[in-house]
Design a protein around this ligand. Structure first.
Ligand SMILES: Nc1ncnc2c1ncn2[C@@H]1O[C@H](COP(=O)(O)OP(=O)(O)O)[C@@H](O)[C@H]1O
Ligand SMILES: [Mg+2]
Length: 224
């Protein structure tokens, strides 16, 4: 589904150059439920952001559906994120002034697409937030906010979900719920999931475990 070849990224800082990604090649297969682990600063977010088209590599390609994401304009990658690639962050990135419903509809509205209220109901039920469409994010718990963020990612009908430490701000119980939800989307709806996590237990539970260190892939194990 995603074929990454020779991805390199260097950042110039006041303290000199930092090699964030060092010749990374990786295939993500349709149906994967994969976790990426690695120390802070190892390049996990950089890698995910490049797949999402939020950052551009110095070298290498990211083939998806016959396109190279690394070569698309910002406008095209924005469309890709509204339709094909759902992105979930540690701090939810919901808009506090908008209700749950408005947050979920926003990407489709920006895309000039119809927002179907029945689909909203269905997705809110899927994430366990039926009846909460008019709540504001600030009135929800962290776990609930993350489930709104997942609902927003799902509303566009993505084939791939990228999640950057989606449980990084949650307690054990809420983490388990969010991971359980991602897993069920993977198993029941066939959504491919690639998530960065610090949590070893979550990582061990993933179907595939990718390890990254100093910008290089150092391990890639499939759990059966
Ligand atoms: N915009 C940036 N400017 C300068 N350095 C950056 C930038 N983004 C990331 N880095 C550096 O690149 C390395 C990898 O960062 P990152 O991908 O965020 O790591 P991780 O998500 O694994 O913690 C780190 O050393 C980080 O400081
Ligand atoms: Mg990170």
């Amino acid at each position: 589904m995603i074929r990454i070849y020779g991805l390199c990224k260097r950042y110039s800082t006041a303290d000199g150059d930092i090699i964030a990604l060092d010749n990374v090649s990786l295939h993500i297969n349709q149906g994967d439920f994969a976790a990426i682990i690695g120390r802070s600063g190892s390049g996990k977010t950089t890698l995910l952001n490049m797949i999402a088209g939020l950052d551009v590599p110095d070298r290498g390609s990211i083939m998806f559906d016959g396109m190279d994401i690394a070569k698309l304009s910002a406008e095209r990658t924005a469309i890709l994120r509204r339709r094909e690639i759902g992105v979930i962050y540690q701090f939810y990135n919901l808009i506090p002034e908008l209700t749950v419903k408005e947050n979920i509809f926003l990407p489709s509205e920006l895309d000039g697409r119809e927002t179907d209220p029945e689909k909203l109901t269905e997705i809110l039920n899927t994430v366990g937030l039926g009846g909460r469409e008019n709540a504001y994010p600030g009135t929800l718990s962290g776990g609930e906010q993350q489930r709104v963020a997942i609902a927003r990612a799902l509303f566009g009908g993505p084939s791939l979900i990228l999640a950057d430490e989606p449980t990084g701000n949650l307690d054990g119980e809420n983490s388990a719920e969010v991971i359980g939800l991602l897993r069920s989307l993977n198993e029941k709806q066939g959504v491919t999931v690639l998530m960065v996590t610090h949590n070893e237990e979550i990582a061990r539970g993933a179907g595939r475990l990718i390890t990254i260190a100093h910008g290089k892939i150092t391990g890639d194990i499939r759990n059966v």
